[in-house]
Design a protein around this ligand. Sequence first.
Ligand code: KIV
Ligand code: NA
Length: 266
Amino acid sequence: RKSVTVPGLHAMKAEGRKIVMLTAYDASFASQVEQAGVDIALVGDSLGMVVQGHRSTLPVTLDQMVYHTAAVARGLSATLLVTDMPFMADRDVSHALEAGARLVGEGGAAMVKIEGAAPHILESIHALTERAIPVCAHLGLTPQSVHKFGGFKIQGRAQDAADRVVSEALAVQQAGADLLVLEGVPTVLGERVTKALHIPVIGIGAGPHCDGQVLVIYDMLGITPGKRPKFSKDFLAGRHSVAEAIQAYVADVRSGAFPAAEHGFN
Ligand code: KIV
Ligand code: NA
């Protein structure tokens, strides 16, 4: 399989080919993700919730992200490796650069993901990109802002809030982001943002119109404790292996069968 690259992802958007992204936190799952032909493996700070058992992503440290990123890197070959900048590692531009250097240098990531579009985040996106660290932006329901939002709530429902997400998306693209994860927004807003940007937009709970999709692997295997999120789907149900479940997810994202209308928000 040919290696997935940042320019290759841009070409996929231009050609209307759906991009498949999935989280992984260790080498064994990374190798399953690799073999199923997923384009992008994300070492999400969601590991704070699904691996460590916390109620939010906030307790995850930079050392832990470097550790998990390096483990995932050992399980991959052609899959592009994106990793999360954990809470407060991007508190200012110099910390963001230090963190980016560790996640790429020690961890082996090809790209780092940063939440939000605050002025210091836009500056960090620019500074990292200038130093040849590609950045994936993350907007909408950004889980590190859980206390500001008052919970994990769908964002951009009101007209002014939707307009704000669109201007943030244009701002992160302008700052140099090569990719955008858009989480927890109404389907119509997912479509609007995807059409407004030339960089690929990867949705999670953002409807079917995005350029690609991402899920937390334990959600799509149906093993996350508690209620399955509405935007997710148990791909292991009725199948016999993790490999088959991930293959089905890849096929359904590529064909547009996932997400269906029922996985989106109005
Ligand atoms: O941490 C994570 O897994 C993420 C995805 C849900 C986009 O940021
Ligand atoms: Na994350």
